[in-house]
Write a protein that binds this ligand. Structure first.
Ligand SMILES: [Zn+2]
Length: 215
């Protein structure tokens, strides 16, 4: 199984490891993403972003992120939005997709995407938006929804949204969990009334389409 977003380096298959700004890790893994998590934005941001900018230029950099806006971050939302826009510009510079962390800030995320005319793929990671948010986001063709084990919580927003998000826009990730992907695949298969192999195939196809690096 391909894994669009992961924090644990030993995932066996095609995997985008979120390395943050770890330059050593960048040299060791086939595919990585680099960015500054919105909860880690502080007065060292500019310094750290220089490292992100360098890492983004490497051939095994598959994506920029996770980056985004989180209302529970100690940084102000306006600051987070500015730094998110910097990540979007960087992604545009290297034509790389973006992996987004968003907690209760979808409208700010969308307005940043609009402000930068960002048209590369956008992956909403560990997606947990409600049906209304999902209806809104689906209208944008470059937005993809990646589900982690959070969607397994009974009656959560993510599991309800699964009903309306087309399979062609659904991805699967482990995030920071070491649990297998199988239960997530089963939930999606059940919702979409297809076999688990179809869900797996669709995820892998989408991964290959979005991640242009060939390692
Ligand atoms: Zn993560």
């Amino acid at each position: 199984m391909y894994n669009i977003h992961n924090h644990i380096a030993d995932y066996p298959d095609k995997n985008v490891l979120d390395i943050g700004i770890d330059e050593k890790e960048a040299a060791n893994v086939p595919l990585f993403s680099t960015g500054i998590h919105p909860k880690l934005i502080d007065n060292t941001f500019d310094e750290k972003f220089k490292i992100v900018s360098h890492l983004a230029s490497l051939p095994n950099c598959a994506a920029i992120g996770e980056c985004g806006i989180d209302v529970f971050s100690s940084a102000e939302v306006a600051t987070q939005k500015e730094t998110f826009i910097q990540h979007l510009h960087l992604a545009q510079q290297y034509s790389k997709p973006v992996i987004i962390h968003c907690v209760r800030a979808y409208s700010d995320i969308i307005s940043a995407i609009n402000a930068t005319h960002f048209s590369l793929p956008v992956v909403m990671h560990s997606y947990n938006g409600n049906i209304q948010t999902s209806q809104h986001l689906i209208r944008r063709e470059n937005i993809y929804f990646s589900f982690s084990d959070k969607c397994l919580t009974p009656n959560c927003a993510a599991s309800k949204s699964l009903v309306i998000i087309p399979l062609e826009r659904i991805m699967i990730e482990t995030d920071d969990s070491s649990l297998p992907l199988k239960p997530i695949i089963s939930l999606i298969a059940e919702n979409k009334r297809v076999g688990e192999d179809i869900v797996e195939k669709s995820n892998n196809q989408l991964f290959s389409q979005i991640i242009k690096c060939n390692s």
